[in-house]
Design a protein around this ligand. Structure first.
Ligand code: HPA
Length: 266
């Protein structure tokens, strides 16, 4: 296996093409906390494997995050890769490992990437279970998947055109700015207030790094957060991973409708 993350992604993409006998993929969905159970209506599943069977992927370590790759033909006739789970930066495996799925998708021909996550919400009007389109992000991890003079433009990193398409499926979807923290501890109330002062609406532990890698590869990104809880200090009660999972389970029917609708228009 290669040390070069781009070459490793090309190896994984070649293995994916061989294993599933596909030439090229159109779309990829990365399903974060709360989203995996909502993937059943995306289309016809043509094949599936454990992510760990492909070059460069690590088995996921977090309860509630699956670790599968599915190849799906959507109702719109597109070929999509579905990643039910991701490596998080807080796992300590390095940022190249975090974005390996995105780079593999890009190397397999994907042009449109849907990144989903579970997160804390700053807006008290967004009850747990609310899906929010990501309009922009603030990366507070102090890391980037890019090494060297790779000056990637991050204007409209989350494609306005794709947000419009999402709103053609559900006109009520709000939008907000996602702030990625390192994790794995949840934020302190002071950190949540800081995120708000900086212009953030959502706090979480993923997505921004994936989006940077995706934009480098020229992918159009649609980001959707599921608010699983009010963020620390806004929520009157302490945060638990279990409540995050529970909010995902409860929201699954609505998320399923949203993802199925998206698969029809993307
Ligand atoms: N903060 C960070 N990540 C999260 C949260 C949160 O409140 N909820 C779910 N993932």
């Amino acid at each position: 296996m290669s040390d070069d993350p781009y070459a490793l992604a090309a190896e994984a993409a070649a293995e994916l093409r061989r294993r599933f006998a596909v030439d090229t993929l159109d779309l990829a969905f990365v399903l974060g906390s709360g989203w995996s159970a909502a993937a059943d209506d995306l289309g016809e599943v043509l094949g599936r494997c454990s992510l760990a069977e492909l070059p460069g992927f690590a088995a996921p370590t977090v309860v509630g995050h699956g670790g599968e790759l599915q190849i799906v033909r959507t109702a719109a006739g597109k070929l999509a890769a579905l990643f039910t789970g991701r490596t998080h930066y807080y796992e300590g495996r390095g940022v190249a490992q975090v974005v390996h799925g995105v780079r593999t998708a890009a190397a397999a021909g994907v042009r449109t990437l849907v990144l989903t996550n579970g997160c804390g919400g700053l807006n008290p009007d967004w009850a747990p279970g609310t899906a929010v389109l990501i309009r922009d992000h603030i990366n507070l991890t102090a890391a980037s998947p890019l090494v060297g003079a790779r000056f990637v433009d991050m204007t409209d990193a989350y494609a306005p055109r794709l947000r419009e398409l999402a709103r053609s499926v559900d006109p009520d979807l709000p939008d907000g700015v996602y702030v990625q923290f390192h994790g794995p501890n949840f934020e302190t109330p002071a950190e949540v207030r800081m995120a708000g002062v900086l212009g953030g609406d959502l706090v979480g532990m993923s997505t921004a790094l994936d989006t940077i890698a995706a934009r480098e590869a020229g992918l159009d990104v649609l980001g959707i957060s599921l608010v699983t809880n009010l963020a620390a200090g806004i929520s009157p009660t302490p945060l638990h991973h279990e409540e995050v999972l529970e909010a995902g389970r409860e929201a699954a029917p609505r998320l399923r409708t949203l993802l199925a609708g998206l698969a029809g228009v993307l």
